[in-house]
Design a protein around this ligand. Structure first.
Ligand code: EPU
Length: 292
């Protein structure tokens, strides 16, 4: 019997991942697992570890490029209600790792809880936003995190406070752990004012970034004190194309994918951009997206 047969009701073998990412391309997962709760997840990660099978979590799929040959392991999606709940106690909000951040920010705004407006226009789950310390000029997700409950690869559960999370520019100390839930510290404000800030942030992003195209947001990290977008733009790369992937005309740090694009098109274009920026500016860009 297959090692995963006891989870068969929640596992899809040879699962397409393209529709689960914002790029809408890339290969398949050997297994896609949607645990029904924490115990189910713990049991599976232990079992997979025993079988030598890798486990990774896919959040909103907004910062990930899946290679064309796919993922040789288990991809977990925390879609079930057990991973998406929220509870509010004053300005503290405990929220599941699989919850979507933008709808959460809008719901909290209605109740007069401020602090997530900077996430307008940044698709993410709570777990993904913590792992990547998602954000922009308006703030970073780590700024509002007090504590996180994680599951380690051996299935045990720990609470990590913010010092242990070591938030940095688009990084945290989360590696192979699964974010089960997080405690956020927000502040109270007038719902209309919060909503105005949220909408203004969204409008600014829409004006400067190709949000309607298929992309993974900014491809490269900003070098300290500089904008990767401006460096790529001023190296003359806007519109440069590899196969069905091209450098956005709206924001040069976005690669946009046409229908039927392959992950290899995006990877080739990333190489072209890196080489040209190195030649032109003497600077080596680091990828911000995760390549699976
Ligand atoms: N610029 C250009 N050409 C371009 C793009 C930008 O000249 O093609 C110039 C802009 O005119 C501006 C400067 O570069 O003077 C900075 O641009 P922008 O305000 O768009 O900010 P950014 O540094 O390119 C960062 C984050 C974004 C985030 C925005 C707004 C990174 C890599 N990028 O972009 O994050 O949305 O600030 O807060 O940290 C992401 O992480 O996926 C992302 C999109």
């Amino acid at each position: 019997m297959a090692w995963w047969s006891e989870y068969a009701a929640r596992i899809e073998p040879d699962a397409a991942l393209d529709k689960l990412t914002w790029f809408k391309l890339g290969g398949r997962a050997k297994w896609l697992f949607r645990p029904e709760g924490v115990d189910d997840l713990a049991s599976m990660v232990r079992r997979a570890r025993g079988e030598g099978v890798s486990v990774r979590v896919l959040g909103a799929g907004a910062n990930v490029l899946v290679r064309d040959d796919g993922v040789d392991g288990v991809v977990v999606r925390l879609d079930e209600p057990a991973f998406r709940g929220e509870s509010i106690d004053g300005c503290r909000v405990t929220v599941g790792g699989g919850a979507d951040v933008m709808p959460l920010a809008r719901r909290l705004a209605k109740t007069g809880l401020a602090g997530l407006e900077f996430m307008a226009g940044i698709p993410a789950t709570v777990g993904g936003a913590i792992r990547m310390n998602a954000g922009g000029l308006g703030g970073e997700f780590g700024d509002v995190v007090r504590r996180v409950r994680v599951m380690k690869p051996d299935g045990t559960i720990e609470d990590w406070d913010r010092d242990r999370l070591a938030f940095g520019y688009r990084t945290s100390s989360i590696r192979d752990e699964v974010v089960l839930s997080a405690e956020l510290e927000l502040c109270s404000d007038d719902p209309d004012e919060i909503r105005k800030r949220y909408d203004a942030q969204f409008a600014a992003k829409r004006a400067s970034q190709p949000l309607v195209d298929k992309s993974a947001g900014c491809i490269f990290k900003n070098p300290p004190g500089l904008s990767a977008g401006a460096l790529i733009d001023r190296a003359g790369l806007k519109g440069t194309r590899c196969g069905k992937a091209s450098v956005s005309h709206r924001h040069a740090n976005f690669i946009v994918a046409d229908p039927d694009a392959r992950a290899s098109d995006v990877l080739s274009l990333m190489d072209v951009i890196k080489r040209r920026v190195l030649d032109h500016w003497g600077m080596e860009l680091q990828a911000e997206i995760e390549v699976w």
